[in-house]
Design a protein around this ligand. Structure first.
Ligand SMILES: Cc1cc2nc3c(=O)[nH]c(=O)nc-3n(C[C@H](O)[C@H](O)[C@H](O)COP(=O)(O)O)c2cc1C
Length: 236
């Protein structure tokens, strides 16, 4: 059997339909989504108030619907609400972050972080009712521990994480995308297999009463969007 023959056998099509919206409804929905996303901020002061687990579960369901290289879905979302485990994660994260802030970070790095007001202390890890740790699967594991090559892992996990953040924001929850690097301690603390690498740690919950965020701005649309309309192509 030739390669193309077997590839044709592997492709099993199914019908796909997408509800057709009129232009006004498209505008309405996308504007509503922009308004929701505009409320998302990285929150570093969380309330300990509980959040229903079902909301977290549904948000992870949304994330897991993301596109991925060759549909390999190279992700695991570990949700931690156990206070003792969150405390162990915070202690380990703060040990790395103390080292980062006191020794490892360049002055250039500290300068760009200064407007955010962050330091090595990470109380949000224990205050937030949930901490979601996103793991990327650097490779897959087949029967007998054989390694399966994965494609576009970072792109895939980044997209899935974006969808997770969007879903949580849409549900009225606050998040922080946190990277207490190096994050290897999370593999051990959360008992993950050797093919999984921590990607992001995301505390989730409600902002603490009186929480503040840094006053920062986003680039205007004309700095991030370039549209080549018909007859508008750049000269070669
Ligand atoms: C990949 C990534 C890593 C980040 N790591 C940290 C972090 O370790 N600690 C932190 O306080 N914020 C972290 N942030 C949050 C950024 O500082 C924040 O997104 C940025 O300042 C913009 O603010 P906003 O999220 O409120 O729009 C990270 C964001 C991203 C996307």
């Amino acid at each position: 059997m030739t390669q193309s023959h077997s590839a044709a056998d592997a492709y099993q099509p199914e019908a796909y339909h997408l509800e057709r919206l009129d232009a006004a409804e498209q505008q309405r929905r996308v504007a509503a989504f922009v308004a929701t996303m505009a409320r998302r901020r990285s929150v570093r002061q969380f309330s300990t108030e509980p959040v229903p687990f079902g909301v977290i579960e549904q948000a992870v369901r949304a994330a897991a619907l993301a596109p991925s290289g060759a549909n390999q879905q190279p992700w695991t979302f570990v949700v931690v609400s156990d206070p003792a485990l969150k405390q162990r994660m915070r202690t380990a994260a703060e040990a790395e972050e103390r080292e980062n802030y006191q020794r490892r970070m360049s002055q250039e790095w500290k300068d760009v972080l200064a407007p955010l007001g962050t330091d090595w202390q990470k109380p949000h890890i224990t205050a937030a009712p949930y901490v979601i740790v996103v793991f990327e699967h650097s490779y897959g594991l087949a029967a007998g521990d054989a390694r399966v090559k994965h494609y576009y892992v970072r792109e895939s996990v980044g997209i899935a994480t974006g969808m997770l953040l969007a879903a949580l924001t849409h549900a009225g929850l606050a998040t922080l995308t946190h990277t207490p690097s190096p994050m290897g301690f999370l593999v051990e603390l959360l008992g993950r297999p050797p093919n999984e690498r921590p990607f992001l740690l995301i505390p989730v919950g409600y902002p603490a009463p009186g929480a503040t965020v840094p006053a920062i701005t986003k680039k205007p649309l004309d700095q991030v969007l370039i549209h080549h309309a018909a007859g508008d192509a750049p000269a070669l």
